[in-house]
Design a protein around this ligand. Structure first.
Ligand SMILES: *Cc1c(COP(=O)(O)O)cnc(C)c1O
Length: 376
């Protein structure tokens, strides 16, 4: 016998995850696109007070439908690119990762397909695998944009039940124009029983001025699902709260597959309290966008290739040995992410001090690389 008697396709697979190092090992952590600005003492105290109140009734199960939280999320979306989003159009779970797994549980499955366009978020193929959904990828253009004719053609040809479109895309930072969402919603609506198009706006709040949110198109396409998270711009990664906005029928479908009481009373209380402080928690988003644009400019001045970014990270390259560069930065206390197409690296946008440390470490790394090459 083989122990443990794991599903064949899971044998030997390493669990997904970026290296998680301590602050002593890596003082400058720019690898998982977190917001570097934590809550103020006042906001932290208010969240703690709300959680303390929830603690007095922890003998009871939480509100299974998370009614108050979904209403608060709907109200927030109306200030963040949406129009007329109502609570019955919103669904919430433990991170948007759980939301997307639930979407695949409800709309994927054996005999069904999920499609995305590479480079894309590395978790998607795992949700497909875990729900026995066939995983297909098309490809983005050289500049990481989508060729809409080709993308729509792939959708019509393969008839996926779920199309996954991160916008801004992780790991490239590329946002999709509204035409792309429209084209693919129409393509996925052109066959029976049709597919849903999930626009993953985990980084939506960081998009550049003039880039609309797919939330604007919700009324036009019943098969459009827009996911968001409190983990990135909202500076609440530790609380684990993600959500979606879609036709109420999508939320009803997810209710069938979700675990009972999946969202704890503690999580609901923390997220509700955080939403009351949205302006403060989101207060540094503009600073981060400016820091991102400055980072893109600086990397280009350094002669590197850099993808345009609408997110809080920047993909840059190309390096003959990207692992060596990643390691040399880590040796200098700066942890970034070795991800994306071969030769590229991704850096999350941190505080001005953290970005200065990143720039110094990268310059030192490239200088010593040149010295090594000259010696060789
Ligand atoms: C970070 C990220 C998420 C959010 O994950 P949570 O589970 O909400 O923390 C979703 N999609 C993409 C593309 C991401 O990079």
């Amino acid at each position: 016998m083989t122990f443990p008697p794991l599903r064949e396709e899971l044998r030997g697979i390493a669990p997904y995850g970026a290296p998680q190092l301590s602050r002593e090992q890596a003082p400058v952590q720019l690898n998982v696109n977190e917001n570097p600005y934590g809550p103020s003492a006042e906001v932290a105290a208010d969240i703690a007070r709300a959680v303390g109140e929830a603690a007095t009734t922890l003998n009871r199960y939480p509100d299974r439908e998370a009614v108050d939280l979904r209403a608060a999320l709907a109200a927030y979306l109306d200030t963040s690119g949406g129009h007329g989003v109502t609570a019955d159009m919103v669904w919430a779970a433990n991170g948007s990762n759980e939301v997307m797994l639930q979407l695949l549980q409800a709309f994927g499955g054996p005999g069904r397909r999920a499609l995305s366009f590479a480079p894309t978020y590395s978790m998607y193929p795992e949700y497909a695998r875990d729900t026995h959904t066939e995983w297909l990828t098309g490809h983005r253009a050289e500049d990481f944009s989508l060729d809409l004719d080709e993308a729509a053609r792939l959708v019509v040809e393969h008839r996926p039940s779920v199309v996954l479109l991160p916008s801004p895309n992780n790991p490239t930072g590329t946002a999709l124009p509204p035409e792309a969402v429209t084209r693919l919603c129409e393509a996925a609506g052109s066959y029976q029983p049709g597919g849903i198009v999930v626009v993953d706006e985990a980084y939506g709040e960081f998009r550049r001025a003039g880039t609309p949110s797919a939330l604007e198109l919700l009324g036009t396409h019943p098969n459009l699902v827009v996911t968001r998270t409190m983990s990135k711009a909202f500076a609440l990664a530790g609380a684990r709260l993600g959500y979606l906005a879609a036709d109420p029928a999508v939320c009803d479908a997810i209710r069938v597959v979700r675990l009972p009481y999946h969202l704890s009373a503690v999580t609901q209380a923390a997220a509700l309290a955080a939403l009351r402080h949205a302006p403060e928690l989101l207060g540094r988003v503009d600073d981060l966008r400016r820091e991102r644009d400055a980072c893109v400019d600086w990397l280009r001045e350094e002669g590197l290739e850099v993808a345009d970014s609408d997110a809080n990270f920047v993909l840059f390259g190309r390096f003959a040995d990207r692992h060596a560069v990643w390691q040399a930065l880590l040796d200098r206390g700066v942890l970034i992410r070795e991800t994306g197409p071969e030769g590229w690296l991704r850096v999350s946008v941190g505080t001005p001090e953290e970005m200065a440390a990143f720039r110094t470490a990268l310059q030192e790394t490239r200088q010593s690389e040149h010295t090594t090459k000259e010696r060789a």
